[in-house]
Ligand binder design. Structure first.
Ligand code: 5GP
Length: 177
């Protein structure tokens, strides 16, 4: 990898240890529920697939894609559904899996859309919470790590659509912004 990564913020070992803990908590909370686990593409794909393996209840997986940052490092505030769910979530227990909540605009929009479809419940699991620039008052039910207001990449998170395959979460080298 080139020097786009300034430093490692969360190592592979730290990620997997926390995901194991989250999986155990979610497993307890979703006993006897109709779990639909929703992967918000593309950033949460690695987190989603690791987390799903640590949740020991029957589940349906579904995928949704929205645009927000449009390739840069700051929020435009615009959110658009590019790909919607295949499943009908009415009466089901939806767990939204996000990579990172920053301003909260993306999640706010997703919650509005999915709440209008009358699920039995909706909860949110985000790998990262970056609360400093929050513009919407949101409850995140399961948080992996709370981080400072820095631009991070790796483990699903991109910079200009690249570096999602980096196996840890890193902070961008300031020379790149
Ligand atoms: P929000 O709408 O909460 O401001 O932003 C949510 C989306 O913005 C995330 O799902 C993610 O795609 C992107 N995002 C926010 N902060 C970062 C960051 O530090 N790094 C990367 N790569 N994406 C981010």
């Amino acid at each position: 990898m080139d020097n786009v990564i300034g430093r490692v913020l969360i190592s592979e070992e730290q990620l997997q240890a926390r995901i194991r803990e989250l999986g155990e908590i979610i497993t307890k909370d979703y006993q006897d529920k109709e779990l639909v686990m929703v992967c918000i593409l593309r950033g949460s794909v690695l987190f989603f697939s690791d987390l799903a393996r640590r949740i020991d209840v029957p589940m349906i997986m579904d995928f949704m894609s929205l645009s927000s940052y449009e390739g840069g490092t700051s929020s435009t505030g615009r959110v658009r559904i590019i790909q919607d769910l295949n499943e009908n979530v009415e009466g089901r227990d939806v767990l939204i899996v996000e990579d990172i909540v920053d301003s909260g605009l993306t999640l706010h929009n997703i919650l509005n859309v999915l709440n209008s479809r009358n699920p039995n419940s909706i909860k949110v699991c985000s790998l990262l919470d970056k609360p400093h620039e929050r513009k919407k008052d949101l409850n995140i039910d399961y948080v992996g790590f709370t981080i400072e207001n820095e631009f991070v990449l790796g483990y699903g998170l991109d910079y200009k659509q690249k570096y999602r395959n980096v196996p840890f979460v890193g902070v961008i080298n300031p020379d790149y912004i």
